[in-house]
Design a protein around this ligand. Structure first.
Ligand code: COA
Length: 161
């Protein structure tokens, strides 16, 4: 049986922490779909098209990884793409409550989907897209936390500040 896993998030922008998860999932599953949520409510710095493009370039070395954008319910998006597993990262205990609630709601909406959690290695446990953006805005060095393409785009976004 071919197992397709969907990895949803806002990815504003995608970081090395996200990519670490993608790399490990690509070894575990036949196909990984990085699903970039429109998530206008989060007022993203990068447009949906930019976030999808950055994720595509950052994950290009994995032949079994696809990147899509979505604006509907995650469970509907998963069904549309034949995914049976939702992948999320758990960085710290503080992630747990939110992830537990989301996994429970998604199970209620679509009982056939399983949510699976992977934990990142220690050097990525404190990374989040917001932290990366605020350091970049103040011209701090974020080069070890994001792929080169994201680094260049963040420099561009904040070059006027
Ligand atoms: N490495 C680095 N950072 C990570 C990470 C990892 N492994 N895992 C999570 N993060 C960070 C993200 O960068 C993000 O940081 P930020 O808040 O500073 O931007 C934060 O942790 C969590 O955000 P993210 O993983 O992007 O998830 P989200 O909470 O923004 O989005 C969705 C959650 C998109 C999956 C959810 O809103 C969704 O499913 N939306 C679709 C609509 C829907 O179905 N809603 C009902 C859900 S029950």
């Amino acid at each position: 049986m071919q197992i397709i896993v969907i990895y949803p998030g806002t990815f504003d922008p995608i970081t090395n922490g996200h990519l670490d998860l993608v790399a490990r999932a690509s070894r575990l599953f036949h196909k990984v779909i990085i699903a970039v949520a429109d998530n206008a409510g989060k007022a993203p710095l990068f447009s949906l098209e930019e976030r999808v493009s950055l994720a595509k370039q950052a994950a290009a070395s994995h032949t079994n990884v696809d990147v899509i954008g979505f604006g509907n319910l995650l469970v509907d998006c998963a069904r549309q793409h034949g995914a049976t597993v939702i992948l999320r990262g758990l960085r710290a205990v503080s992630d747990f409550e939110y992830e537990f609630q989301m996994a429970g709601m998604n199970r209620n909406l679509a009982p056939e989907l399983e949510t699976l959690f992977l934990t990142p290695p220690e050097q990525y446990t404190f990374i989040s897209s917001s932290v990366i953006k605020s350091i970049a805005q103040l011209h701090g060095d974020i080069s070890s936390f994001v792929p080169e393409i994201v680094y260049q785009q963040l420099l561009k976004k904040f070059s006027q500040d």
